[in-house]
Write a protein that binds this ligand. Structure first.
Ligand SMILES: Cc1cc2nc3c(=O)[nH]c(=O)nc-3n(C[C@H](O)[C@H](O)[C@H](O)COP(=O)(O)O)c2cc1C
Length: 212
């Protein structure tokens, strides 16, 4: 097999622009406008976002999670609280989220702080999932080393048959409260649009354009 010629992979971005004149002053609304546009264009994992956390000793790590809700309060996803990400969040509440929507040549960056959702929100989502997924969440000690995948499958099946499916205390939601959004629209010749919303001390959002 040949190594691909990466230096020749080159795409010009020209499917849209982001002007100060067509922005909303509220970044949550701007997110909603873009998210709806993505959903009507290309639904393929549009709600997948990269979550970056930083450990206590300042090592960063990233992984995809699925956005399951958003509002002015923040951006919600669900996971195992004892996972690597859970442990890092325990030690450092500063996180970043990242969306990439290639069909519209757009990226959204979010930075903020994170906390657990209420047990009620975690329950509502947990019990809305297919029972097989509930059983998987119950038996998986996410991010621990395992020796045998088949054991997982057996445990999941046994849990489905024998147990009342109850949300484990260590499985639930997190909500990210943004203090910064950046909306990036790919433009021709790499002169991209970048608009940043920063939450200021007076509790309003300051809008600034960044150099590409
Ligand atoms: C598209 C996509 C969506 C994912 N969504 C989730 C999710 O919502 N929650 C979750 O715990 N893991 C999700 N994962 C798996 C995570 O990327 C990761 O493997 C897992 O959460 C363990 O991460 P950690 O060891 O850093 O805690 C997803 C993976 C992909 C590729």
């Amino acid at each position: 097999m040949q190594k691909p010629e990466l230096s020749k992979l080159r795409k010009n971005y020209n499917s849209g622009e982001l002007n100060e004149s067509n922005l909303t002053i509220d970044p949550f609304k701007q997110f909603e406008i873009w998210f709806n546009e993505v959903l009507s264009n290309d639904k393929l994992e549009a709600n997948a976002m990269v979550l970056s956390t930083v450990s206590k000793n300042l090592s960063p790590s990233s992984r995809f999670v699925l956005l399951k809700d958003y509002s002015e309060k923040g951006f919600v996803f669900f996971t195992n609280y004892n996972s690597k990400k859970g442990k890092e969040i325990e030690g450092n509440k500063n996180v970043a989220l990242l969306f990439f929507w290639p069909s519209l040549e757009r990226q959204v960056r979010i930075e903020g702080t994170i906390k657990k959702t209420s047990a009620k929100i975690s329950d509502e989502y947990f019990y809305s999932r297919p029972v097989e997924s509930q059983a998987s969440a119950i038996i998986s000690e996410q991010s621990t080393v395992i020796n045998d995948y088949n054991n997982l499958v057996i445990q999941q099946q046994e849990t489905l048959i024998n147990n009342i499916l109850k949300r484990p205390e260590n499985w639930g939601g997190y909500i990210v409260t943004p203090i910064l959004f950046e909306f990036w629209q790919g433009r021709i010749n790499r002169l991209h649009d970048r608009i940043q919303y920063r939450f200021e001390k007076n509790k309003s959002w300051k809008i600034e354009r960044l150099s590409p």
